[in-house]
Design a protein. Sequence first.
Length: 163
Amino acid sequence: MAGSIIQSEDRLAEIVRAVRSVAVIGIKDGTDPDAPAFAIPGLLRARGIRVLGVNPKIREFHREPVVPAIASVPDRVDVVQIFRRSENVPAHADEILALPPERRPSVVWMQTGIRNDAAARRLTEAGIDVVMDRCLGVYAVRYRRGGASPGTDAPAAPSRPPE
């Protein structure tokens, strides 16, 4: 069954409400606490989502180990979130598609400012839903309750473009 490019608000809300685990490609370590690739995964954690970091340049995120590649994530995740420039997305799509089908995510989510139609087409042809150019943190605040409530101690969702 083919996946879809997700654009409807109802489907985005459904994804965010159902997600339990996210692998974040390009996660940051907090040296710049305002970097979206650090702040957004922190916000997701505050909303009760398990965050698994993927970045060969750092060792940990909030005292949790970070792995160098998506193939090194120990468990299947619901969503792979990409915090890399659009031109890097095809290589990450290759990594995701190289996973055994039972380990592939249901959704690949490209953060605000990130879009690659060719990679998205390949992912949807393999049965993976794709979200492009949208902030997962914004949708988590909008549609998901968790350890923090909107307007209280949840960190704001930064809007800087990816590095």
